[in-house]
Ligand binder design. Structure first.
Ligand code: NAD
Length: 282
């Protein structure tokens, strides 16, 4: 069957319908890359957004301005997600300003790569501290508020939604990046265990697992034609991901359109997890 003979299915979409109208969202690490795109897109879908950042106040302010310029509402809050005190202060500030939180996107993350036998304890602790403990600290504050407030049916069928920004490396081992892969493997089981624990409160918790997305975290993997060609060997869809792809997926997964989805890892990776080497080998 070729494309001409396939029935055409056009999904109707009401242009005036905003998926997240009236909801309050916090996006961590939102001054760049995927977090920035998610913050902008959630605002486009009607959410009021907190743009968390740890460094780069001007970049965070630019995200807030971009949202305001298209009629949305946003504020920037500085906090290191690996600090319990700063995370608690950030949630207090958000709840004082917006009244509550409906959506947490646990996006902040970093890499500190080294061959395993040269990896310092500080590199290990930094990556686990931000990528895993940071997600724990933010998720805990969000769950406390979701449980306190419960479901508000006019806002959403769920009492709250959490997205853990994971990675294909929650399942693909990654030599030279053992701390990063360990952190994302931890994120996977934290997300699924938490989803199991809080489902009865109608709190939804899911992971999004990007493949290779064009952001500052992985510049070396795409900035030269040689590096890009090497990268394409890992991506059956033969194209690098853009931050906006992750943003659109996030908006849908936290919306009521995805209300029955709980505890999944949603891979947005152009097929990177399909063992591309087996397309020609094996
Ligand atoms: P990025 O470097 O542009 O964004 C990461 C953000 O996290 C930055 O804004 C950074 O300042 C922030 N951050 C770092 N430490 C922080 C801390 N202690 N507190 C608060 N914020 C902190 O890179 P990105 O690609 O947009 O990464 C976003 C997320 O997506 C990360 O969790 C990353 O692991 C994940 N991811 C990215 C890719 C990719 O290919 N780009 C693939 C898989 C997963």
């Amino acid at each position: 069957m070729n494309d001409e003979t396939l029935p055409k299915v056009v999904m109707p979409r009401c242009p005036n319908r905003q998926l997240l109208k009236g909801q309050k969202a916090l996006v961590t690490g939102a001054s760049s890359g995927i977090g920035r795109a998610v913050a902008v897109y959630l605002a486009k879908e009607g959410a009021d957004v907190v743009v968390n950042y740890v460094a780069g106040e001007e970049q965070a302010a630019a995200v807030v301005d971009e949202i305001a310029a298209s009629g949305g509402r946003a504020m920037a809050i500085r906090a290191d997600v690996s600090s319990e005190e700063q995370v608690r202060a950030m949630f207090r500030q958000m709840i004082d300003a917006y009244g509550t939180i409906d959506i947490l996107v646990n996006n902040a993350g970093l890499q500190q790569d080294a061959p395993f036998d040269e990896m310092t304890l500080s590199q290990w602790n930094k990556v686990i501290g931000v990528n895993l403990t940071g997600q724990f600290l933010c998720a805990r504050e969000a769950v406390r508020e979701f449980k306190r407030r419960g479901v508000v049916p006019e806002v959403s069928c769920a009492a709250g939604k959490i997205i853990s920004m994971s990675s294909v490396h929650e399942v693909i081992p990654w030599a030279g990046h053992v701390n990063y892969a360990a952190s994302k493997g931890g994120v996977m089981l934290m997300t699924k265990s938490l989803a199991q624990e809080v489902a009865a409160y109608r709190i939804r918790v899911n992971s999004i697992c990007p493949g290779a997305v064009r952001t500052p975290i992985n510049t070396a993997a795409w900035e030269t034609p040689e590096a890009y060609a090497e990268l394409m060997k890992l991506i059956p869809y033969n194209r690098i991901g853009e931050p906006d792809y992750i943003a659109r997926t996030t908006a849908w997964l936290v919306s009521d359109d995805a209300d029955y989805i709980q505890g999944i890892s949603l891979f947005v990776d152009g097929g990177m997890t399909l063992y591309p080497g087996f397309a020609v080998g094996g």
